[in-house]
Design a protein around this ligand. Structure first.
Ligand SMILES: Cc1ncc(C[n+]2csc(CCOP(=O)(O)OP(=O)(O)O)c2C)c(N)n1
Ligand SMILES: [Mg+2]
Length: 652
């Protein structure tokens, strides 16, 4: 433990000197003073145990055993870095050592570690997960939601708060009435222990007890390490803490305390410790040499590893002639897809709110699954959207294939940190090491005066995020095939279920089939005008196509089925044929997906256009409760028909 602590100290001192010389692209947050926490805890862990870390990550990463050369190279932005130069100091990831990632967002690693604990429990291993975080994370939702979930599900997770009294420059006492972090454990009925974070032996012993308990099925523990960083918040930070306060803490330098203990107990001599120090200095110097000599990543690497593409994926859609005669609802088709995937792959699990186990969630889409697959794989989840998605991410990174049900797309906004900042970026920012087979299912769209908080369509928000896939089926047949492909694909994917379509019936093959993500479907062929659409508006568009057929007008209805990836080729081919385009969607108009699709058409098929592209969408309004108001703003076949007639009348 002495070696590990001193390695961190020497590493950080070197980094400080490099930063001061202007040799690093960004400013790291030094761990000096807190070494006993990371080292005392990780000394109890195996390589296959997991940790999540924070912006102050070098200490955790080195303590967990990552290669010094590659950690240094990451700080230099080199291709040999542990995250291939994609992450830097706030996004270290190292699969080989169980490092599920540092994060630049305070508290966000906590749900991810909790998900790793879930993975251990479901796969019946004895691995444990540790989340390191600062006092700054304690008032956050992620902290409380995660501890509640880990306690309720009895997960093998150790929550380690490095309470160094400050978050940036804010004293903990000025943002929390209760400054005893460990005392919060009582509120969740789990053990909580406050430890002298400057004493590595005390840290080791406290962590040993917690890790042993977690490995043996005893559930989570909250450890509060009372510690202090000797430097400012970041390297180069004009520190605001008093000299007196710093001097008091410096007297209890954790490395000096351990050295005194070692020498006093006769375990090693001062000279022997010096020899270790010199060896470490040589190790750090050669790490610097390694980092300096390493190449930068190629420019083309900037666009690599945004998605994981499985070279062995064999997703083939059955021919329309194979649809068969069985007719079921969209709700049943989704349930069937989940049943088939839960049967096919024992690492697939599902959890959600609304009594998922018995009722199957608010729309009963998961009905019967718990009876078939048991309480371990089909779970009731608390109202903790942020943590539910973060847990799914941690579980997906560690061997599960989770399906997380969020009741309404409106509520995904609570989970947007985990969706946007973490799930979507995990494959890329850790240099392509992790696959993220995470499915987030949610109900979307307006129906039945649900008003402002249960009616939105947010697909354009998520389509905007690289690393995330967005799927929105319009028929039971598409729903089954697309959901199976979504669950099997190794990328975080938002699966949007239009709630007004749940009762819709249609033919669905009983056999196992998938529909590749990124493949549009022409739902109605025509030569005169193209409607690009998805979800409920597919059906409104089909009504228009049928009506206009009687007048000899051919309307082609292109159902994109997935917005990300978007099947540009099918859209462009249709535009080349018809030269006239309407884009119809339920989400509101400004910066909706229709704007993007219109831009693509104008960039890639402008010369084929015979007139302007028109959009039919909900106006930029908030969904009202009153039925006539809701009806007034909602797009429908009449509005689409008017747009189709307008584009036919305009231009060349
Ligand atoms: C959600 C979020 N809010 C604000 C920040 C800006 N920020 C970066 S580090 C930090 C302080 C964190 O304090 P603490 O968690 O106690 O960790 P420490 O720096 O003390 O180790 C803040 C506020 C952030 N990164 N993430
Ligand atoms: Mg702090």
């Amino acid at each position: 433990m002495y070696t590990s602590m001193m390695r961190i100290r020497k590493f950080e001192e070197k980094i400080i000197s490099f930063y001061t010389l202007g040799k690093l692209a960004s400013f790291p947050h030094a761990y000096i003073g807190e070494e006993a926490v990371g080292v005392g805890v990780t000394a109890n862990l195996r390589d296959d145990d997991w940790i999540t870390s924070t912006h102050r990550a070098e200490g955790h990463v080195l303590a967990k055993g990552s290669d010094t050369n590659r950690v240094m190279a990451e700080l230099f932005g080199k291709a040999t870095g542990i995250s291939s130069g994609k992450g830097g100091s706030m996004h270290f990831g190292d699969k080989s050592k169980g490092l599920l990632g540092a994060t630049g967002i305070v508290s966000s690693g906590i749900p991810i570690a909790t998900g790793a604990g879930l993975s251990s429990q479901v796969r019946h291993t004895d691995q444990v997960a540790v989340s390191f975080f600062g006092d700054g994370a304690v008032p956050s939702g992620a902290f409380h939601e995660s501890i509640n979930l880990a306690a309720t599900w009895n997960l093998p997770v150790i929550f380690v708060c490095e309470n160094n009294l400050y978050s940036t420059w804010t004293p903990f006492s000025s943002v929390s009435k209760n400054t005893e972090v460990a005392s919060r454990a009582a509120g969740y009925s789990i053990p909580g222990v406050a430890v002298d974070g400057m004493d590595v032996l005390a840290m080791y012993n406290a962590a040993n007890e917690a890790v042993t308990r977690a490995r043996n099925g005893g559930g989570p523990t909250l450890i509060e390490a009372k510690t202090y960083r000797f430097g400012g918040h970041y390297i180069g930070d004009p520190d605001i803490r008093t000299k007196e306060e710093k001097a008091e803490w410096l007297k209890r330098d954790p490395i000096k305390m351990l050295a005194d203990h070692i020498v006093g107990a006769g375990v090693a001599t001062q000279d022997e410790l010096k020899a270790i120090d010199q060896k470490l200095e040589a190790e750090i110097s050669s790490a610097v040499e390694f980092a300096e000599k390493s190449p930068f990543p190629a420019e083309s690497d900037a666009l690599k590893d945004i998605y994981y593409e499985n070279p062995n994926a064999d997703w083939t859609e059955p021919a329309k002639s194979e649809l068969g005669s069985r007719v079921i609802s969209m709700r049943e088709a989704i349930n069937e897809a989940m049943r088939e995937e839960l049967t096919r792959d024992p690492t697939t699990i599902i959890y959600g709110q609304g009594y998922m186990g018995k009722r199957g969630g608010p729309f009963q889409v998961g009905k019967g699954l718990q009876d078939l697959y048991g309480k371990e794989r089909v779970r009731d989840a608390p109202i903790s959207e942020l943590t539910l998605v973060g847990v799914g991410l941690g579980a997906a990174m560690t061997g599960l294939r989770p399906i997380v049900e969020i009741q309404f797309v409106d509520f995904t906004t609570l989970a947007s940190d985990q969706i946007v900042n973490h799930a979507a970026k995990a494959h890329y920012m850790f240099g392509g090491q992790y696959k993220v087979p995470l499915t987030i299912r949610t109900a979307t769209g307006a129906e039945g005066s649900s008003a402002a908080h249960h009616s939105q369509s947010l697909e354009a928000w998520y389509m905007h995020i690289p690393g995330l896939k967005v799927v929105i089926p319009s028929t039971p047949y598409d729903a089954k095939g697309l959901l199976k492909a979504t669950i099997r694909n190794d990328n975080p994917t938002l699966f949007l279920e239009t709630k007004s379509l749940y009762p819709l019936k249609g033919p669905v093959p009983e056999k196992d089939y998938t529909i590749p993500l990124g493949k549009a479907d022409i739902k109605h062929e025509g030569r005169d005008v193209t409607i690009v659409t998805w979800g409920k508006m597919v059906h409104e568009s089909l009504k228009v196509a049928q009506r206009l057929e009687a007048e000899g007008i051919g309307v082609e209805v292109v159902d994109v089925r997935t917005l990300s990836p978007l099947d540009k080729r099918t859209i462009i081919e249709s535009v080349k044929k018809t030269g006239r385009v309407v884009v119809a969607h339920e989400e509101n108009k400004t910066a909706g997906a229709g704007a993007e699709i219109s831009a693509i058409i104008s960039e890639e098929a402008f010369s084929y256009l015979k007139g302007p592209i028109m959009r039919v969408a909900t106006p930029d309004a908030i969904f009202p409760y009153s039925p006539p108001l809701e009806k007034f703003i909602f797009p429908n076949d009449t509005k689409i028909e008017a747009a189709v007639r307008a584009v036919l009348a305009s231009g060349k």
